[in-house]
Ligand binder design. Structure first.
Ligand SMILES: Cc1cc2nc3c(=O)[nH]c(=O)nc-3n(C[C@H](O)[C@H](O)[C@H](O)COP(=O)(O)OP(=O)(O)OC[C@H]3O[C@@H](n4cnc5c(N)ncnc54)[C@H](O)[C@@H]3O)c2cc1C
Length: 374
């Protein structure tokens, strides 16, 4: 009998690989230890309010890749959604990411784009030529006032360490705008699936050559496979033999209320004396159906170090983790018949669109050398 292929994990990575293989004549078993598909992007209706909630934190789809956008739209229509984040700092509400409105509000000014640019460059620490840490990058980028108000406290809470010990690369991703554009993302395609991410991923997995087995850890599967695509945690695959890679985990504290709670999808709380990092109110992620709900549900989000039984969310990637990662990557190269994919399998923060791009590439590379139809 022809051996099947196994995709470990029914998140975007596992689902997209399974679909691509199935469409090219392979039979695939997808296993996930959770009781649902879609991995960390899982959405479901809250029992009390009927609102679609993003169980593992808010997810907004954004990409510059038109093929990836067409791909997701094939399985569930994407509804227009623009993420406009606010931040409460020292008793005032500001718009994020830092833009002309934020700068003018924060400093009590009415600067034009040109004036703001030269004002900020006057505050920025020009003496830091080659920033080595998050803190140095922030100071060079926006100067001490904005850095301390918007980045320092938030980063300490999010990562649990002094920003002077975090790599500069984390802040390189955050834009600074000298216009009133407060669209959090700058990609041309942005949206949220009409029926939620779980419906979208279920659509990807709905193929006659794919079997999905839920509540099933890979370690409990007794079958020989032609190949395994593993999107679980890399260190777990090797029984943590070399040590544990560092992650941050999140706790979500729900709040139910009549009407609305905060009036926006996401509000950040950078102040160091507030224990949570942000609050997300999920009816605002689906503006097309918001009117239907009298009640609301919001989540305060707390970040902490990831222990043994916790869900790994953000890879920390400190120097010590990078060394351990290299050692595990050596082990991966020696492992035959397995491809490590996804955010956990490669120990990297990747957005959904990148997970899909990478998954398509991994599947196509396998198909090109093992096509059963050739
Ligand atoms: C808080 C947060 C917010 C985010 N927001 C956004 C956003 O707004 N936009 C965006 O584009 N991206 C966002 N992301 C990134 C997004 O979550 C990832 O891109 C996506 O989840 C990657 O999919 P994946 O399939 O690689 O991993 P996952 O979704 O984590 O799926 C892996 C699956 O494997 C299963 N698994 C692991 N080990 C085993 C095992 N041994 N046996 C069986 N099953 C196993 C797990 O249960 C899980 O379901 C966010 C991430 C976080 C942490």
């Amino acid at each position: 009998m022809v051996k099947r292929i196994c995709a470990v994990g029914a998140g975007f990575s596992g689902a997209v690989i399974a679909r691509e293989l199935a469409e090219n004549g392979f039979k695939v078993l997808v296993v996930d230890e959770r009781s649902h598909v879609a991995g960390n992007c899982h959405t479901e209706r809250d029992n009390d309010t009927g609102i679609m909630v993003h169980r593992y934190g808010p997810h907004i789809f954004h990409t510059a890749n038109g093929q990836v956008w067409d791909y997701v739209n094939r399985f569930c229509p994407m509804m227009p959604y623009i993420n406009r984040v606010k931040a409460v700092v020292r008793g005032q509400v500001y718009t994020m990411p830092i833009n002309l409105h934020t700068i003018n509000q924060f400093f009590g000014k009415v600067l034009s784009p040109k004036e703001a640019r030269s004002f900020i460059s006057g505050l920025a620490r020009g003496d830091i030529e080659d920033p080595r840490s998050f803190e140095e990058q922030g100071l060079k980028f926006v100067g001490p006032q904005l850095y301390e108000a918007f980045f320092d406290g938030y980063t300490r809470k999010q990562w649990g360490i002094d920003p002077a010990r975090l790599p500069a690369s984390i802040l390189k991703r955050l834009p600074l705008r000298f216009s009133y554009d407060d669209n959090y993302f700058s990609h041309p395609y942005q949206g949220i699936p009409k029926d939620g991410y779980t419906s979208l991923v279920s659509g990807i997995l709905a193929h006659e050559s794919i079997e999905v087995r839920l509540s099933c850890p890979y370690e409990a599967v007794d079958e020989e496979f032609a190949h395994v695509f593993y999107s679980g945690p890399l260190d777990r695959y090797f029984n943590h033999d070399l040590g544990r890679l560092g992650y941050r985990t999140l706790d979500f504290e729900p709040v139910w209320e009549d009407g609305e709670f905060q009036g926006a999808a996401v509000i950040n709380y950078p102040d160091p004396d507030v224990p949570f990092t942000r609050i997300s109110e999920h009816k605002f992620f689906a503006p097309w159906e918001m009117e239907k709900f009298d009640k609301t549900i919001a989540f305060r989000e707390y970040s902490r170090s990831c222990g043994k039984g916790d869900i790994p969310y953000y890879p920390i990637r400190l120097m010590s983790d990078k060394k351990l990662l290299e050692d595990y990557e050596d082990r991966c190269r020696q492992e035959e018949g397995v491809t490590f994919v996804g955010r956990l399998g490669t120990y990297s923060y990747i957005d959904m669109d990148v997970s899909i791009e990478n998954a398509l590439a991994a599947a196509r590379s396998y198909i090109n050398t093992n096509n059963p139809r050739l």
